[in-house]
Design a protein around this ligand. Structure first.
Ligand code: FES
Length: 174
């Protein structure tokens, strides 16, 4: 009796007859080269300056740079007074205080406890949060009383041409 399993249904149909092995190797080599070029591109991008910038940004090491924004004319703010402004966006409330003839400081004034607006108490020479009696040192932005544990983010300033400008926001450093 004939064993049927020994027989191929069609003698030509061995499922490999249409493969040209040389061509197959060429495709392999081309695919490999493509992979190499792709990998080199990824490494190049990662090692270029913007790769470093992105890494720095992700690690929170660099200060944020924002467009410069005029806050007030020097002649319009007396020593000991404060001016409220928004920086860097219109939703970021901030406070500029003129501590002396030449010393200006500014902070984003959302309290670092629960974000109530902090205001400048001229007589006390302190920044006060009315919500839970938080207080901040105007010279440094550091908390001095109440529940806040972190300093207020400092707005970097530049005084030039008779005006005070906001030029950036310092990152919080623990
Ligand atoms: S929100 Fe400022 S002390 Fe609580």
């Amino acid at each position: 009796m004939k064993d049927h399993n020994d027989q191929r249904p069609f003698s030509e149909d061995n499922y490999t007859h249409n493969i040209n092995r040389n061509q197959e190797r060429m495709l392999d080599r081309r695919g490999f080269m493509k992979t190499l070029v792709g990998a080199a591109g990824v490494f190049a991008v990662a090692s270029l300056p913007w790769g470093a910038v992105a890494a720095k940004e992700l690690m929170g090491l660099s200060d944020k740079e924002y467009p410069h924004q005029k806050i007030v004319n020097v002649k319009d703010i007396l020593v000991g007074d404060s001016v409220k402004f928004a920086y860097p966006s219109e939703h970021d409330s901030a406070l500029l205080i003129r501590l002396s003839e030449t010393n200006y400081v500014a902070y984003q004034n959302a309290c670092t406890h629960l974000r109530c607006p902090v205001f400048w108490e001229k007589e006390e020479k302190e920044m006060i949060c009315p919500c839970h009696h938080g207080k901040f040192d105007a010279a440094t932005g550091a908390p001095t009383a109440g529940p806040p544990k972190r300093p207020l983010p400092e707005v970097k300033l530049s005084v030039r041409g008779g005006s005070v400008y906001a030029v950036g926001v310092k990152r919080y450093e623990a």
